[in-house]
Design a protein around this ligand. Sequence first.
Ligand code: NAD
Ligand code: TDX
Length: 336
Amino acid sequence: MQHVLVTGGAGFIGSNFVHHLIEHSDARVTVLDKMTYAASPEALEGLPSDRVELVVGDVADAAVVDPLVARLTGPEDAVVHFAAESHNDNSLRDPSPFIQTNIVGTFVLLEAVRAHDVRLHHVSTDEVYGDLELDDPGRFSESTPYQPSSPYSASKAGADHLVRAWARSFGVRATLSNCSNNYGPWQHIEKFIPRQITGVLTGGRPRLYGAGANVRDWIHTADHSSAVWAILQRGTPGATYLIGADGERSNLEVVRLILELLGRDPDDFDHVADRPGHDLRYAIDPTRLRTELGWTPAYTDFEAGLAATIEWYRGHQDWWGPHKEAVEAGYAARGQ
Ligand code: NAD
Ligand code: TDX
């Protein structure tokens, strides 16, 4: 039976991927997660205990990582590396955990897969490419030069470079993916979409950074999971795949849509202090993933996906409610 080690498997996207593996394969899954503030053990509840094991530990701790990787002895066994500090705004306040987890953690993992000759899939972000002008007809592709803007995206870029170097210099069997902005259930309420949904659900007004013209390319997290699974099954060793679902929207459009879907006036929001160094636009060209691996997204209607996500947050206030005040206090302290 295939055995997959999923780092960061208690986070927003990692936990979705664990569910995907359980539903779409007969793999056994070990989750390695440090259980930071961003982890949601609730997202792993109900999974079969004979197939999913949770190990609480730090991906930057070789004493934890090496023995877990050593257990992956089957030909199809693999590590899928989601663990990261993932929020740009936090990286502007304190970059240090981003360097430690995203760069040192990836280094530690690479040394373990190198020592035990285990396949690795490294999960990265489109932010490593920097940003595009609003009127640029182009999109990011696998050959776009790296030009990260924030401590977060720079740390992810550093990790990507390490993975490529270990593949080329040491023959590590690695694939990489760079995905666009995810939305869906279990996303931490510090992030844009869940922050605004939970804000409106608690009687508040959405908070738009600057003018709201910045564009993000939205993809449902279930589609990110199916793409990573396709790469794990059929990807070319050493290759990078960009994951995106043609979901470009300005932040202003998204805020107005959330308000409309919640029955509020679409202009009932506040402009707040902009993010320093705020990337203008991300856009993914997913041609390679679609043509080479035959992947297609299931969520092609952003409005329907957003409406379902709103209903999910409405039904899970017991999960996010206890954290709402503290998250908003952090933003308020920064004028956001
Ligand atoms: P998240 O912050 O929701 O979850 C991260 C998980 O990693 C948490 O469970 C946390 O406890 C764990 N973790 C953090 N530090 C760790 C450490 N040192 N050791 C072990 N576990 C640790 O993040 P997410 O949004 O689910 O993102 C997952 C991955 O996908 C990240 O690598 C991120 O860069 C990438 N990504 C995210 C998006 C997005 O839109 N959210 C888009 C593209 C790529
Ligand atoms: O309150 C807000 N108001 C606002 O206008 C917040 C929290 C954000 N924003 C803006 C900033 C961005 O333009 O919304 C956009 C999305 O913000 P985030 O949710 O913080 O995402 P982003 O910075 O685009 O990064 C995300 O996508 C790429 C993930 O957090 C990263 O982990 C991923 O790599």
